[in-house]
Ligand binder design. Structure first.
Ligand SMILES: Nc1ncnc2c1ncn2[C@@H]1O[C@H](COP(=O)(O)OP(=O)(O)OP(=O)(O)O)[C@@H](O)[C@H]1O
Ligand SMILES: [Mg+2]
Length: 489
């Protein structure tokens, strides 16, 4: 017969106190012994003790955020690091301070073993930054035997575990994303005519272009439409994947020089916080190089090809085929329009997300129809000569005369602007000549009058030329007839 041991309430409480005393004793031993142990052993002992005894006493749970998750970077670790910068309280004693070259912001973050308190929806939490030294894998390729492991630990009451995981952590991710966007320094990449030692073909500088949409002098309706188009584009990740379309958008900006095409590109980049890749086709030798250069651009970026009509002589697609078939080396096809279009289609369909492609031109009529075909560029945006509303924006930018305020010369200027063709760049140049509004607006009136007079003079000249030409044609026709008549007679 087998006797089963059935615990009674009394015996359970005896067992409980025995275990508690043992565990308490072991915790004490741990805290004393681990101080004397070498680091790897200490971390190991620490985790064993925590596993065996801590859950029994503690009503708390700790979430661990390691810097790396297997081979990949842990996005949550990075988000926590950014988020905690905004939560540093007065109890923190030691801070790490850093600044990256050519970036204005100074980063302040907590040092190892420092703690930061946070509260979310009534839940109190404690963050701690922990750095441990671990042995390096044998095949790591360096002589160093140890490496540092970075981790954030988040401790809170067990009963809030679901709330923290389901709501707090997504909140931390979203906050970090916003903070990163606010601090992001935009880059302007230009393609190099060589590949550098890191096999990179783009050189970069910070994009410090101050142009934003409110500084742009253009038709307010068109401006609103562009902003809405951009907003719709970035908000439609799910839509693009649902309809099986690549998450890309193409714009063709056309208009005379000085109407703000490049300024609009900068305004778009600043609005979306996208880096800009300025692709100079003149430095690209062949189609395969173009492909490599384009493929090495990153997501959330704008690829610009300025003055597409004159940056390179691009033949039409039929010519391309003739030409490429004549090539002796099949891999070295000279840069062609079809190569460019294939690359763009490739970029649009194969790799990358949230890409914007912009072509600018002064002469839309010179472009190959293949570039203008519907579906190639999603939106054709005409940047036109300055309008009265555009002038108001420039007066606010350059002279601080805000919308709604007036100046005695505004009426005259607006009438002149409507009856002549001046670019926003020309108006801006006049407004920059003096800080005194009376002086610069007076100068603008003179400039516009001169411009109008010149326009009229040219018009009259052309009319006179045309008249003269018509007269001479009529005269030569008459002479011809007279000749025929005299011969017949
Ligand atoms: N629409 C505009 N709104 C505000 N400023 C403008 C505008 N257009 C031109 N400017 C001013 O004129 C300068 C030149 O403009 P921008 O380079 O954007 O013109 P563009 O159309 O790209 O000319 P191009 O065809 O020669 O490249 C800008 O730096 C800006 O100061
Ligand atoms: Mg330009």
């Amino acid at each position: 017969m087998v006797d089963f041991y059935m615990p009674t309430a009394a015996s359970a409480s005896v067992w409980f106190s025995a275990y508690a005393s043992f565990a308490g004793f072991m915790m004490l031993v741990r805290s004393m012994a681990t101080e004397l142990m070498p680091e790897p052993l200490r971390s190991y002992m620490y985790s064993v003790f925590n596993y065996l005894f801590a859950p029994f006493f503690s009503r708390e749970v700790t979430l661990l955020f390691d810097e790396r998750y297997g081979m990949t970077y842990n996005e949550l670790y990075e988000a926590v690091e950014v988020y905690l910068r905004t939560k540093i309280g007065p109890s923190v004693r030691c801070l790490r301070v850093s600044k990256l070259p050519r970036i204005k912001a100074i980063n302040v973050s907590i040092d190892r073993d420092e703690e930061v308190d946070d509260t979310f929806d009534g839940v109190k939490m404690k963050w701690c930054y922990v750095v441990t030294r671990v042995e390096k894998p044998r095949n790591s390729g360096t002589n160093e035997k140890e490496t540092e492991k970075h981790r954030f630990e988040l401790t809170f009451h067990k009963k809030h575990k679901d709330k923290v995981i389901d709501y707090y952590l997504p909140y931390v991710l979203a906050r970090a994303k916003t903070l990163k966007e606010e601090q992001k320094t935009l880059k302007l990449y230009t393609n190099l005519d060589y590949w550098d030692e890191d096999n990179e073909s783009w050189g970069s500088i910070n994009l410090d272009h101050p142009c934003t949409f409110d500084k742009l002098a253009m038709d307010p309706e068109l401006k609103r439409m562009i902003i809405e188009d951009l907003e719709r584009f970035v908000a439609r990740r799910e839509f693009y994947s649902k309809v099986g379309k690549a998450w890309k958008r193409g714009y063709l900006l056309y208009g005379p020089p000085g109407t703000g095409k490049s300024s609009l590109v900068a305004a778009m980049a600043n609005y979306l916080k996208f880096n800009v890749y300025d692709l100079d086709l003149a430095t690209i030798e062949d189609n395969s190089e173009l492909k490599r250069v384009m493929m090495s651009t990153t997501n959330r970026s704008i690829l610009v090809i300025e003055d597409i009509d004159c940056s390179i002589k691009l033949q039409n697609r039929d010519d391309d085929q003739d030409k490429s078939s004549k090539e002796t080396d099949p891999y070295k096809k000279p840069l062609t329009l079809s190569g460019l279009l294939n690359c763009i289609d490739g970029l649009r369909s194969s790799c990358g997300d949230e890409r914007i492609i912009i072509f600018t031109t002064n002469r839309k009529e010179m472009l190959d129809p293949a570039l203008l075909r519907p579906g190639r560029m999603d939106l054709h945006i005409h940047m036109s000569y300055c309008t009265p509303s555009g002038f108001r924006v420039l007066a606010s930018n350059y002279l601080g005369i805000l919308d709604g305020e007036d100046h005695r010369l505004f009426g005259e200027i607006e009438r002149l602007i409507e009856s002549t063709e001046v670019t926003p760049a020309q108006v801006a140049e006049e407004l920059m000549k003096s800080d005194d509004a009376d002086v610069s607006l007076g100068g603008l009136v003179n400039f516009l009058k001169y411009n109008q007079a010149e326009r009229e003079r040219k018009k009259e000249e052309e009319e006179a030329k045309e008249k003269k030409q018509k007269k001479s044609t009529r005269f030569s026709l008459l002479k011809k007839r007279l000749k025929i008549f005299s011969t017949n007679a």
